[in-house]
Design a protein around this ligand. Sequence first.
Ligand code: AMP
Ligand code: ZN
Length: 313
Amino acid sequence: MTAHVTLGTREQARDGAPTLEAFSRQLLASGILSPSGVDGVWVRSATFERITEAVQRSVTALGRGRYETIQVPPVIARATLERAGYVRSFTDLVGSVHVFRGSDQQHADLLRRCDAGTDWAAVLDPADVMLSSAACHHVYPMCAGRLPPGGRRVEVRGECFRHEPSSQVTRHRSFRMHELVFVGEPVDALTHRDAGLAEGLELLSTLGLTVEAAAANDPFFGRAGAILADGQRQDAAKYEGVAPVGDLPTAIMSANYAAEHFGAAFAIATAGGVVAHSSCVAFGLDRVALALLSAHGLDVDRWPVGVRQRLWQ
Ligand code: AMP
Ligand code: ZN
């Protein structure tokens, strides 16, 4: 079910766009996303999935058959997340998986806690997997060793978790990322990032989005993190494609040059024997869908013909 509502002026930002709050209210009233009961976790309708699936096809088409395609699970080896540097640099975003490995006695303790409504999760132990934070983290262990000439290109899609609880419909804890990843010669990694950024922005604008590139940095944790974020900006290592959702400019894609960070961490060498460089172009599928709904309205069948043709024909 979709809703058509005329928004009053108090619901509008100065440029006439509905505010994010007004857009969110309509979105939830339409049932396109539904609350799950906790912040940042949304239940997705068939309409929402119809959009994200079409966006995925468009991202795949950007790859023009040059990429190996993989689909990755929502969990990742804990050792991989450590080696990727995520645990040190983004400690506050990490999500852990805990499991029960206890005895009968500990089971009885857990049941007592459940009955008393106290913290039964305290009886669990951390597992050897964590929640996956970025789809591309799964790619680097696959590339360990000597790369073929020309490097490797991998298209990867998966559910990601970042602990940034928020009631905003644009900031999820569990969301989908679709990435085009390159691992190989330094100069090729930079070219891949720049071409991917340009082609990604072009794709998003042909879908009728007003999208702009902006220099960006990752939200590294803590005082040391501020230095890393400054360095990333100085190196022009990260760009985002930013489009409005309601009146909120929102990063819907990013293009990242990681230099030798992952190559060194995962012992990846180019065909010539030097440490590989990498870059990834990441589309936030849920945010692209939200930007499309915000730009074209909640009734997908009434989106501009050109946009519908690009997505569904
Ligand atoms: P990043 O690795 O931070 O550049 O993320 C890649 C893309 O994933 C971003 O451009 C967003 O579109 C999307 N993304 C990142 N964090 C979130 C989040 N908390 N909720 C929804 N989408 C996200
Ligand atoms: Zn990535």
